[in-house]
Design a protein around this ligand. Structure first.
Ligand SMILES: NC(=O)c1ccc[n+]([C@@H]2O[C@H](COP(=O)([O-])OP(=O)(O)OC[C@H]3O[C@@H](n4cnc5c(N)ncnc54)[C@H](OP(=O)(O)O)[C@@H]3O)[C@@H](O)[C@H]2O)c1
Length: 586
């Protein structure tokens, strides 16, 4: 079945055999329609847009492969791998004279094992790494290359849609992984690493990426030593820095200042992995490439925007780090605020990183200072359910008994600009709640003079449209609409126009770390946080965080596995809003 497509999942380095395997994930550069070509899709067609909700279901039946309309439902518009990707990467894959060396600093740690090595393998598996690449693990732990490979191999998995040659690919990948043991503050140890890197680079142009997967108190030492002793001398050197970027305005500014002693801003890639998530990446596509959304994207039509994050587990023995930060710093000040800025920004001049980041900064700088009154904090307590005792936050041995650190927070924020004046942006984030999800909910206003008001009774909120962008799990975009129940009467109901990714796209969605690592290798900064964005984000949250801590505000306690503190409901009610995730139908 020919479909309109020009798809490639990865970018500059894909071998031609990989073209056409992945339909989405357009980088801005890939929007340039350099080539659009037809692709044969091998999978069967699935439901794309459907009405659902029990008895009211009107599910579009799978379309037969010979149906002409099927072409439309499975149409995937993307762009051939453009040459400019290779330019962005700073070298030409067709030439044999350049290499990329990726050093995972803190390779023995949790994040490296869980996310970074698997993401690098996925990129290799998809043919997205350059021909000449080397991966080094660096940490203090003593390990041989074989031991590192053994450790890494335990966390690698293959794409469900491309299982063939998996173990062969794993062996090839592991053979490109090496380990160097060293201290984070030793220039000598980094000089030894430099020597090993040079041996592997074999005289080619060397491009080096360092991923700092270490606790923040050793960021500066590691950057200093890596920069002074193992920077590339003839290619680029880039450093990915993991959060947290400080714990308030002052410490964040101090960290930036220290890093900039050794690196230029264009070498620093501050990672917020939420920006690498497929549905967050899709926000701009949804809004700026569909005529129906952008005209409604303002105070005139939108009543509230909700950004919701929940986890169904607690700190589970890893509360030491968390207790020093709390949920506001851990989730709201970075992940949720970044999504808010992307959601609310004005149309950028182009899809270039600087244009997008300029617009995001404007949103952050237009935000009204957060009032303590507009914040609710909570902490989970132990709870027994089904004979099982779920521990409270302070039962975690790594957490001080008297800790007031919030494991839940809800806040109302406002953007004082012409587009969003008066629209409450509600944020909510919590651990040990009843479910695990991250989503954006856009609640629209009531239809003025709605002819059908009587059909909805007194609860007009039942009749408003809501657009839900579910970032995780089960990625989906759905729009709640009012619909007539089929039959002779006039009964209305709410139904969903539903785009469930698993039903629409047969390919596995890449992990956020894959996209971000590839971007860093390509020098694409759009999804990384610039220092002025970071300053603006901290300026917004620092005063209220200080107030909470100075006044020792006691969190509202909520049972493990519950829906969170009741105070969050009152907070929303103050702005005549209900949390969309807690309604009867979600
Ligand atoms: N884990 C996650 O899911 C996650 C998510 C988002 C962000 N992060 C951030 O990513 C970074 C790495 O996270 P992680 O969970 O992998 O950290 P980790 O396991 O605690 O630490 C990574 C490695 O750093 C070294 N290290 C730990 N504590 C140290 C200390 N006090 N002094 C010197 N070296 C020390 C250890 O290696 P050696 O002893 O072998 O040197 C350890 O294996 C952190 O900044 C974290 O905040 C983590």
């Amino acid at each position: 079945m020919p479909t309109l497509s020009s798809s490639t999942h990865c970018r500059s380095y894909c071998s031609s055999s990989n073209y056409g395997h992945h339909p989405t994930a357009l980088s801005p550069k890939r929007f340039v329609p350099s080539k659009v070509f037809l692709q044969l899709d091998r999978k069967s067609w699935s439901n794309v847009v459907c009405m659902q909700d029990g008895a009211l279901s009107a599910i579009v039946a799978p379309i037969e492969s010979k149906s002409p309309s099927k072409k439309m439902t499975e149409e995937v518009l993307s762009v051939a791998p453009p040459e400019e990707c290779t330019e962005a990467a700073g070298f030409d894959v067709n030439k044999d004279d350049s290499t990329v060396s990726i050093t995972v600093v803190g390779a023995s740690g949790d994040l490296a094992k869980k996310k970074i090595f698997p993401a690098l393998f996925a990129l290799f598996y998809e043919g997205c790494l350059p021909e000449h690449f080397t991966i080094f693990g660096y940490a203090r732990s003593k390990m041989t290359d074989a031991e590192l490979r053994n450790m890494v191999s335990r966390t690698l998995t293959c794409r469900i849609d491309q299982r063939e040659n998996c173990s062969e690919k794993m062996d090839q990948f592991l053979n490109r992984c090496f380990y160097h043991s060293g201290q984070y503050d030793s220039q000598d140890n980094f000089a030894e690493l430099d020597k090993k890197l040079k041996e592997h680079e074999g005289g080619r142009v060397s491009n080096r990426l360092f991923y700092l997967s270490i606790p923040p108190n050793i960021f500066v030492d590691a950057v200093k030593c890596a920069s002074l002793s193992s920077s590339s001398t003839n290619g680029w050197t880039r450093v990915i820095v993991e959060k947290p970027f400080g714990r308030d305005s002052e410490s964040s500014a101090a960290l930036t200042k220290s890093l900039k002693q050794y690196l230029g801003e264009d070498q620093i890639f501050r990672i917020d992995h939420y920006l690498g998530k497929e549905l967050v990446e899709n926000l701009s596509v949804l809004r700026f490439s569909n005529l129906i959304f952008e005209p409604l994207w303002n105070r005139q039509y939108i009543r509230s925007v909700q950004l919701i994050f929940s986890e169904d587990f607690g700190t589970e023995g890893r509360g030491g780090y968390f207790d020093n930060y709390g949920i506001i710093r851990d989730i709201m000040q970075n992940h949720l605020l970044q999504i808010l800025a992307l959601f609310a920004m004005e149309t950028p001049v182009s899809l270039d990183a600087e244009d997008i980041r300029n617009e995001k900064v404007k949103v952050l700088r237009s935000m009204r200072p957060i009032q303590l009154d507009d914040v609710v904090i909570g902490q989970y307590k132990s709870h027994t359910r089904g004979g099982v005792l779920y521990p409270g936050y302070t039962d975690d041995k790594t957490v001080p008994q008297n800790s007031l650190t919030p494991t839940f927070a809800a806040a109302t924020l406002f953007i004082d600009n012409a587009r969003w004046d008066g629209v409450p942006f509600l944020m909510k984030a919590g651990k040990a709640l009843h479910n695990k999800r991250a989503e954006i909910r856009v609640q629209f206003r009531h239809v003025p003079g709605n002819l059908y008001n009587r059909s909805f009774g007194t609860d007009l909120d039942q009749a408003t449209n809501e657009l839900v962008i579910r970032v995780q799990p089960d990625e989906a975009i759905y729009l709640k609409i009012n619909n007539k129940v089929p039959g002779l009467g006039m009964r209305l109901d709410r139904s969903n126009l539903n785009l469930l990714y698993a039903a629409r796209y047969s390919k596995e969605i890449p992990d956020a770390y894959e996209r971000l690592l590839l971007d860093a290798i390509e020098g694409e900064r759009r999804l990384f946080i610039r220092s002025d964005e970071l300053d603006a984000a901290w300026s917004l949250f620092t005063p209220v965080l200080k107030e909470l801590e100075e006044k020792k505000i006691i969190p509202e306690y909520y049972p493990y596995g519950s829906r969170g503190p009741v105070g969050a409901h009152y907070l929303a009610a103050r702005y005549k809003v209900r949390w969309g995730d807690l309604g009867l139908e979600q």
